[in-house]
Design a protein around this ligand. Structure first.
Ligand code: DGJ
Length: 568
């Protein structure tokens, strides 16, 4: 038999992979589990909380990786999101270059972090800018979308069979390589495409797309959207009226990406997700209409078309918001919209130092991960000019609000993930005008207040920065941690007593409640400050009366308390 060099190369890779497998212990494949209405990402067969950061995506790895790691270390991440570019991966048709992926795997292992790899394939920010050159130069075969006026748009057509074939093959080769070279599961999740959809037009108006638009809507979508139309097989306009163009594009993009994801998953079933360039959750403008106020990318997994994406792309485990909203109410609304019974909350991109505290809000909605974007160049003074933040601000000011989150949660990340999956954890971030939050835990209420002074409950911090998490360890024992807040506990009675409404909250020095005519006062049995080591809480010191008389105050240092309570 005559061996071509291609066959020899494949044999060599297989041999290397087989040897690797023989040397490295094969770990369980990460997967997403849903139980009692809550989701968790399982890594090494236990709930895992991604404390992530996404590196700036215009990097070229050999040059930029050394700059990435100091920032990742400063942030104390456990997972790094890194892009893989189709154009680099497949420089010539069907010739795949694995060197970048191998570099990322090696470096991530050296730095003891997991990876989420981002497949920048057909779509990146709504365009096909990361398609290989041989595709870009053949638009007849790999076409752009066409707008209402017949003009080409800077966005790929989701109706291009050759583009889908090429993407599917490349993505499958990428996943096969991961399967062969990553038995230790350094990569725990894969993003399929990036912010898919179109900015320049609500949908594709090419003849091929138009034909489908005028044909009957696929019956599975009618069922998913609970459509009641006059005819049994309505076309898009009949089924969806004014939303028809947008829904058609969402279905088309999701169907395409669903097929890419399914092909990769058939080879190696890692969890997969698609990320969304959001629309304003309160006042969205029109989809895909450049120049209009509030316009947004049409066809991506925006909050109004999540059901379409779920029906079209079941191979995607999660639809995830890139939450850059500047207004706190919008930021929090987005978290709520993507925390659904059919969707785990995951924040794969976020930004703005004032939003760092909302990591705790995401935790309160059982997020499986959180990942600020583009912090990678910021740790070195020399690179400040490359930073997306204002270069005049000192780097620590920019990084610290994010680093604080992971510094606090990092040492107990597995416990936090498990407690959250078991429904025992609640967490909040400070909102302007809301100085107090009450978290109900059966017979106790945890009261979180912001800006509290010695003898008052507080009116909020001068700049909202407070954050707190409380988890119930036993009936009368809680794990408490946070920044810029005070936490205390008040008796809440039994379920029966709460139902009978014979409870009056007292205003004594210690939080109290008049329950069925009898006063119950909160008493601290002990308040232990400590750290988690290998999953076990190690007490370091006891808080004394001076530290507990007014409630438990958290400032800007990472403090974890185990609080044991009683009543008298
Ligand atoms: C969102 C995109 O998903 C990222 O890849 C990156 O382009 C950021 N925007 C830049 O802010």
């Amino acid at each position: 038999m005559k061996m071509t060099s291609a066959v020899l190369a494949v044999l060599a890779v297989t041999l290397v992979a087989a040897t690797l497998h023989a040397q490295v212990e094969e770990r369980p494949i990460p997967h997403i589990v849903k139980k009692d209405g809550r989701f968790a990402l399982f890594v090494d067969d236990a709930p895992y909380l991604m404390l992530g950061a996404q590196v700036h995506n215009s990097s070229s790895w050999p040059v930029s990786l050394p700059k990435v790691w100091p920032a990742m270390e400063y942030l104390q991440v456990n997972t790094v999101e890194m892009p893989v570019y189709w154009e680099q991966f497949e420089p010539q048709p069907k010739q795949y270059d694995y060197t970048m992926i191998d570099t990322l795997l090696t470096e991530a292992r050296q730095h003891r972090v997991h990876l989420v790899l981002l497949w920048f394939g057909t779509w990146k920010n709504g365009s096909q800018h990361y398609m290989p050159e041989w595709m870009k130069l053949d638009p007849g075969r790999y076409p752009h979308m066409v707008d209402r006026d017949g003009q080409a748009v800077d966005s790929p057509s989701p109706h291009a069979a050759a583009s889908l074939d090429a993407d599917r093959s490349a993505f499958t080769a990428f996943m096969r390589h991961l399967k062969e070279t990553d038995p230790q599961r350094t990569v725990i999740m894969v993003q399929v495409e990036n912010e898919a959809g179109a900015w320049g037009s609500v949908r594709d108006f090419s003849p091929a797309a138009q034909k489908l638009f005028e044909a009957p809507v696929p019956p599975e979508l009618l069922t998913a959207m609970h459509v009641k139309a006059a005819s049994a097989s309505p076309n898009w306009l009949e089924a969806f009226g004014p939303d028809a163009d947008e829904y058609f594009h969402a279905w088309s993009v999701a169907k395409y990406i669903g097929q890419v994801a399914a092909a990769g998953k058939a080879v190696y079933p890692l969890p997969m997700y698609a990320n969304a360039a959001l629309r304003d959750p309160f006042n969205p403008g029109p989809p895909g209409l450049p120049g209009s106020t509030g316009n947004y990318e049409s066809g991506g997994p925006t909050d109004n078309v999540l059901a379409i994406w779920k029906a079209a792309a079941p191979a995607l485990d999660v639809l995830a918001p890139d939450d850059y909203q500047n207004d706190p109410a919008s930021y929090l609304k987005v978290l709520e919209l993507y925390h659904r019974d059919d969707n785990a909350l995951f924040v794969p991109e976020t930004g703005g130092p004032d939003n760092a505290r909302f990591f705790f809000s995401a935790l309160g909605l059982q997020t499986i991960g959180f990942s600020p974007f583009g912090l990678d160049y910021t740790h070195r003074a020399a690179d400040r000019s490359l930073n997306q933040a204002d270069a005049s601000r000192p780097q620590e000011e920019f990084l610290t609000p994010w680093a604080m989150n992971y510094k606090l949660v990092g040492p107990m990340q597995r416990e936090i993930a498990r407690l959250n999956f078991e429904g025992k954890l609640q967490a909040v971030a400070e909102e302007q005008g809301k100085a107090t939050e009450t978290l109900a835990f059966g017979s106790w209420n945890a009261i979180v207040s912001f800006g509290a002074a010695r003898n008052n409950r507080g009116a909020g911090n001068p700049k909202p920065a407070g954050r707190a998490l409380v988890a119930q360890l036993k009936d009368n024992q809680f794990l408490v941690a946070g920044y810029s807040c005070r936490v205390d506990f008040r008796p809440a009675g039994t379920e029966q007593q709460r139902k009978s409404q014979h409870i009056v909250e007292g205003t004594q020095q210690n939080p109290s409640a008049l329950i069925d005519g009898k006063w119950q006062h909160r008493q601290f049995l002990h308040v232990e400050e400590g750290i988690y080591e290998n999953g076990v809480f190690k007490p370091l010191r006891l808080w004394n009366g001076d530290e507990t008389d007014w409630g438990l105050d958290f400032s800007s240092g990472p403090v974890v308390l185990r609080v044991s309570l009683a009543t008298y």
